[in-house]
Design a protein around this ligand. Structure first.
Ligand code: PMP
Length: 404
């Protein structure tokens, strides 16, 4: 059993008041809060070893380089990548996905097909659309059912020898549905397609094993898993990273430059042009250590309790509908109340100290499917409590009374 109060004390922001009320932070899907150990590690980097990496022979540069590469090793271990050079530092999931779509621009041919799911975040739709426009490839979409689950028969029917890439999120940000990615990867590979998994919403809740999943790419953001903003990881199989062209040109990604021809550096540097977010990359390793010290089994147990409690308590409210009623779910509840705009509920409960996200959650196709402008999304983390959920439920009831 986790000592939640002890854990909460490690997150300074959680003891704040907002609008005169104790903060109840349920917008973890947008970004997680940061424990003191992560905040301190950022300051420590700048106070003690700030220097550019991979460049100088001087001591600080070496210390910074070592810390950065140690962090890459931690990520590699955490996701069980075969090689450290299969782990690229990025600025976030969006960057990772764009790196891959940019690379596929030189691989796809007119008439090739790319399959995305109807549950995607815009950042895993738009780059693929741009790629299709550029190459003449065709975008196909896996439909979903009323429970917010992808329809596997429809997915399998879309697969053919024309399919070159399949991309799907591990967990949907708008609904919290956990997708059967291992099954989907197997099916996609059977027709020779590459698979990119958007793991942005999964990594705060579970430890992905990229070798067991056998995915070709797995992208995620550091800021949703207690790490700093502007950090992220793109895992890719060595063979794919060798095949894809570089994303950005610049310093650090070259072997040799002449005006006639430039040769590129080995992995991972080929994809890491310019000075990266050094502090962020190092501290992402600190955040991963922190989450592992809590333990993902413990995290899941706590979050399951929160999800069960929130679902039960919210459904006590008349006229409240939850979207994403599929069985396999992370700790996210997306809901609306009959006849009331989600924004109005969100604004009122904010005045009561409750932070939730309202709107389309960068997943407009899901909102279109349900014919709604948006939802109220409460997304929980292991540092949240059942008592906070009760406060939210009371706040939502109050808002409903005021707005009815
Ligand atoms: N995919 C999913 C499923 C997300 O939830 C998010 C963030 N909301 C992203 C991609 C984009 O992540 P980032 O903004 O950190 O690049």
């Amino acid at each position: 059993m986790l000592d939640i109060q002890k854990i909460r004390a490690e997150f300074p922001i959680l003891s704040q008041t907002v609008n005169g009320k104790p903060l109840v932070y349920f917008d973890n899907g947008a970004t997680s809060q940061k424990p003191q150990i992560v905040i301190d590690a950022i300051a420590k980097y700048y106070q003690e070893i700030n220097a550019n990496i991979h460049r100088g022979v001087h001591t600080l540069s070496q210390l910074a380089t070592d810390a950065y590469e140690i962090s890459r090793g931690k990520v590699r271990h955490h996701i069980n990548a075969k090689f450290a050079h299969e782990v690229l530092f990025t600025s976030g999931t969006t960057h990772g996905i764009n790196l891959v779509t940019n690379g596929f621009a030189s691989i796809l041919k007119p008439g090739d097909e790319v399959i995305v799911s109807s549950l995607e975040h815009h950042s895993n739709i738009v780059p693929w659309q741009m790629l299709c426009e550029k190459t003449g490839a065709i975008l196909k979409v896996i439909p979903m059912n009323e429970d917010g689950e992808l329809i596997m028969e429809a997915f399998e029917a879309l697969l053919s020898e024309k399919t070159k890439v399949v991309t799907v999120n591990h967990i949907s940000n708008a609904l919290g549905i956990i997708n059967p990615i291992k099954y989907m990867i197997e099916k996609a590979h059977a027709v020779g397609a590459a698979v990119l998994i958007d793991g942005a919403q999964a990594v705060p809740h579970l430890k992905p094993d990229v070798q067991d999943l056998d995915c070709d790419f797995y992208a995620f953001s550091g800021h949703k898993m207690c790490g700093p903003t502007g950090t992220g990881i793109l895992y890719g199989k060595e063979a794919w990273f060798n095949k894809l062209p570089p994303y950005q040109g610049g310093g650090e990604m070259i072997k040799e430059v002449t005006f006639e021809k430039t040769t590129y550096a080995d992995l991972p540097h080929k994809f890491e042009a310019g000075t990266p977010n050094i502090a962020g990359g190092i501290v992402l390793g600190t955040a991963i250590d922190y989450l592992n010290s809590i333990g993902f089994e413990n995290i899941q147990k706590q979050e399951e309790e929160l999800l069960t409690h929130a679902t039960k308590r919210l459904l006590e409210i008349e006229g409240l509908k939850i979207y994403g009623t599929g069985k396999n779910k992370a700790s996210v509840v997306s809901f609306n109340i009959d006849g009331i705009h989600p924004y109005d509920i969100g604004s009122i409960i904010d005045k009561l100290g409750i932070a939730v996200r309202t709107g389309h959650h960068c997943a407009q196709p899901i909102m279109n499917f349900f014919c709604i402008p948006g939802t109220i999304r409460a997304s929980f983390s292991f540092y949240n409590t059942v008592e906070e959920i009760d406060l939210m439920v009371e706040a939502v009831k109050k808002a409903k009374t005021m707005l009815s």
